[in-house]
Unconditional design. Structure first.
Length: 580
């Protein structure tokens, strides 16, 4: 047979079988030479193909091998790293770079700079790296009380580089430092002298090109980027488990979204107007047209039970607000008074009123010792818990139907100042910014990171504004019905990835925040859904309040909830009987 190697054993044939002979010849001609194991030998690949790995042909083999080797060494697998270098013939570092690294680790500062000059760096990078090495040499001398040597390093090596003059002046001031501890603190070098070289290599890694020294944790960073990108592009991701598997591409199903009614809460005698989970997610507060407020307790098994029913308001309750520590709850009647309740005892601690005027809405200050409120004379007031008005901002700052929000630093107040305009007030700088819509605004909600504002409009749209700098409209959500009533929406789920809203068609709507995609519409209520609230501590729990006098608790499939609770926290009490 042509193409057979002289060393391979003869093929066994059935005597006189011409068919078999032709078959073997045919395979041989198609596949090339046969190897010593009796199979066809692979033909040499073109050089360009050899240099790349991966199905897309975009990964350079040399870089791929080097970052794997780097990862092995970083994980402590020294022998494996050396074997990979030897077997692949691809060294992690050139001989010059290896020498340079050893000199740095041994504290041979001058020798390391001399070696650095042989690597072939740009002038700017060479100067910056040399500056860093000699700076470490400088502090090493000072640490050993070798003041003259330190001074010589500063004068003869650092200063002649003529870069980072400000830092040179700072180094000069070190000679008047009276405390070694203070000196090292100034240098940000409170580490063992034995680890000085390792610290310096970390700093040099940030300066030198990756072709010279691969950045630390490069392989881990690449894998993390890939996993995070998969998670970000998964419109249904809502898992409390932040770890992702490397074995398969990440993709979630709808089983992570709270789409199933787990409970129907029936504590109010009239329309439910406002809902709000506490900051830690252990309680849910609801207010109603029946002039009452109810505090519900959320148990570990996701069951929600009535804790207190609070009476005292003479008008429907339009606003509720949890204190930063969840110990107290503020409630505001419609153009009436504000009441402060003890959450654990269920008693009213104080009633706040303003003579001749009604209060519209309220929100806590970040310290929990004061609160802001909107007043019917269109002013904004700041009160302490004893009932004293501490400050007041007048001049058409609010409307008679006004939501409020205050940033965590207490600096910015957000209110509706006109029917189609939201005011962003900077208290310290006395600067006002406006969000102007072309339709009537009924409510708004501030995101956890305080960068975004969700605005509900009567044109059956919800707008997402970026308010981090100059206000900018970034997304619109549509599909729900909203043309007559005050309808509230909210952020929620894993990293506030979702938008939920009530609707006048008796349903709850859920969108993916970034994509703007409507994920699901949840039926169940028999009247307009006025408000929704997503549990900040449990991405699988959503509450909705309706004109049908009920509150629905939405969650994930009971089986999934039971399995996840058992695996993660050992909870054995499940939602048996809930939602029947």
């Amino acid at each position: 047979m042509g193409g057979l190697d002289e060393t391979e054993p003869p093929l066994k044939r059935v005597k006189g079988s011409s068919v078999e002979s032709e078959s073997i010849s045919s395979k041989s001609s198609l596949q090339g030479p046969i190897d010593n194991l009796g199979g066809p030998r692979t033909r040499p690949l073109p050089s360009a193909v050899k240099d790349m790995v991966g199905s897309k042909g975009v990964i350079k083999k040399v870089e791929f091998i080097r970052i794997i080797t780097k990862a092995l060494y970083s994980l402590g697998y020294e022998k494996s790293g050396k074997v990979l270098e030897e077997e692949s013939g691809i060294n992690l570092y050139s001989s010059t770079v290896s020498l340079f690294r050893k000199q740095v680790l041994d504290g041979n500062w001058d020798e390391s700079v001399a070696t650095l000059e042989k690597i072939g760096l740009s002038e700017q990078i060479l100067k910056s790296a040399s500056f860093l090495i000699w700076e470490y040499k400088f502090f090493n001398h000072l640490e050993k009380d070798e003041v003259m040597d330190a001074l010589g390093t500063l004068r003869n090596q650092i200063a002649p580089l003529k870069i980072n003059i400000k830092r040179v002046h700072e180094l000069s001031s070190c000679f008047v430092q009276s405390s070694r501890h203070g000196l090292l603190g100034f240098a940000n070098m409170e580490i063992d002298s034995e680890k000085l070289g390792l610290k310096l290599l970390e700093e040099l890694n940030k300066l030198l090109p990756p072709t010279v020294m691969i950045p630390e944790n490069r392989l881990e960073n690449l894998v993390e980027q890939a996993l995070c990108l998969q998670r970000e592009t998964c419109f249904l991701h809502n898992s409390v488990d932040k770890t992702l598997s490397l074995y398969t591409d990440h993709q979630c199903g709808e089983d992570q979204i709270p789409l199933k009614t787990l409970q129907v809460l029936q504590g109010h005698d009239n329309e439910v107007w406002c809902l709000q989970f506490s900051h830690e997610g252990k309680y849910l507060a609801s207010s109603s047209n029946d002039r009452s407020v109810i505090i519900w307790e959320v148990h570990e098994d996701a069951e929600v039970l009535l804790k207190h029913t609070l009476h005292g308001h003479q008008k429907p309750v339009v606003t509720i607000a949890w204190s930063p520590d969840d110990r107290y709850l503020l409630s505001c009647g419609m153009e009436e008074s504000i009441r402060c309740w003890d959450v654990h005892l269920g008693v009213c601690l104080h009633v706040y009123e303003k003579s001749g005027l009604g209060l519209i809405s309220c929100v806590w200050s970040p310290d929990g010792k004061q609160f802001f409120c909107c007043v019917t004379d269109r002013s904004i007031s700041l009160w302490d818990l004893e009932g004293n008005e501490v400050d007041c901002w007048k001049g058409q700052r609010t409307t008679k139907n006004s939501d409020m929000a205050v940033t965590k630093d207490g600096r910015h107040i957000i209110t509706m100042c006109r029917e189609m305009t939201i005011l962003l007030l900077d208290r310290e700088a006395r600067i006002e910014k406006l969000i102007e819509e072309d339709q009537m605004i009924t409510s708004f909600s501030l995101s956890k990171d305080e960068k975004f504002l969700l605005v509900n409009l009567l044109n059956q749209e919800i707008h997402l504004w970026n308010i981090a700098d100059a206000p900018m409209l970034v997304a619109k959500y549509a599909g729900h019905k909203h043309s007559r009533f005050v309808i509230r929406s909210c952020f929620g789920g894993f990293e506030d990835s979702f938008i939920a809203s009530g609707s006048e068609d008796s349903q709850v709507y859920i969108w993916h925040r970034k994509a703007g995609t409507l994920i699901r519409v949840l039926p169940g209520h028999s009247g307009a859904v006025n408000c929704v609230s997503w549990n900040p501590a449990n991405p699988h729990m959503l509450a909705s309040g309706s004109d049908d006098h009920t509150i629905r608790i939405w969650g994930i499939n009971k089986f999934n909830l039971k399995r996840k609770d058992t695996l993660s926290n050992g909870f054995v009490r499940q939602c048996n009987g809930i939602g029947k």
